[in-house]
Design a protein around this ligand. Sequence first.
Ligand code: PYC
Length: 331
Amino acid sequence: MRNTFFCIDGHTAGNPVRLVAGGAPLLQGSTMSERRQDFLRRFDWIRTGLCFEPRGHSMMSGGFFYPPTRDDTDAGILFIETSGCLPMCGHGTIGLVTFGLENGLLQPRVPGQLKLEVPAGLIDITYETEGSRVTSVTIRNVPAWVARTGIAIDIPGFGPLTVDVAYGGNFYAIVEPQGSYRSLAELGAKRILELSLLVREAVRKIYTPVHPNDPTIAGVSHVLWAEPGSDPSKEGKNAVFYGDSAIDRSPCGTGTSARLAHLRSRDIVKKGQPFIHRSYIGSTFTARTEEETTVGDIPAIIPLITGSAIATGFNTIWIDQEDVFWKGFQV
Ligand code: PYC
């Protein structure tokens, strides 16, 4: 049995985005969160087959568009990635929206605007075009907030660290320079990957955040190594660890949202002020706090994240069950 997936491949600020434009399974559920659970139960082989080697790699991520579940939205997104189906993915959204619009897969009711459903909630999109190209996408993300501060951990061979946890569509352990962590360049990619696994494991032993409105969104999934810029109120750099061996090549949309909530909570970045976030490879997103709000009784912000994406080509992928690696593999 062979399944065929028609994909548009590309990248957002260097991180891969695979829009699966044909081959999406029919899902049950009255929200994208419920559809996400249904996909994970019944169709996870599609994610692993498309994201893991030999058809993908450690950083591979992407998603499918689904018909909206509500009258006031244009489409739903189901994200796929090496670690699972994320509740929200910022670089993924920028890429999926860009490729979807450029190829006529999204039909906005209001030109320049979209309202989308993602498993984490509702997001608003504004975008700019030049001819047939989408040149910039801004996400008005789900609320972002600081969930816990001052978690003390001790990493064997590295030493003690105090980390905070913030939410921006996924839960992030945020590590700021301290002790043995002085800069991203000094650590280097190999060490960041090794340490991130240990940091995530250590934080998970102490604290499990749970989204107050959706208990299926729980637990620290990502580690964000923060490096403040020369003016920390205006710019910063990061390395975001996800899956089991990936550093985001983009500045990470949900990570940037979490970091902005973190900086805003200490009044380092003012409401409305543009904040440039640089990725490990130097690509950028611009972020802003558009609104201050609450989630239950937790103070939160509504972040705006702006970036752009480029398609690299069409890719027709087969998952053939006669292939011993039809579900993909990770090493
Ligand atoms: O951009 O939100 C993001 C993201 C999550 C994981 C990789 N990128």
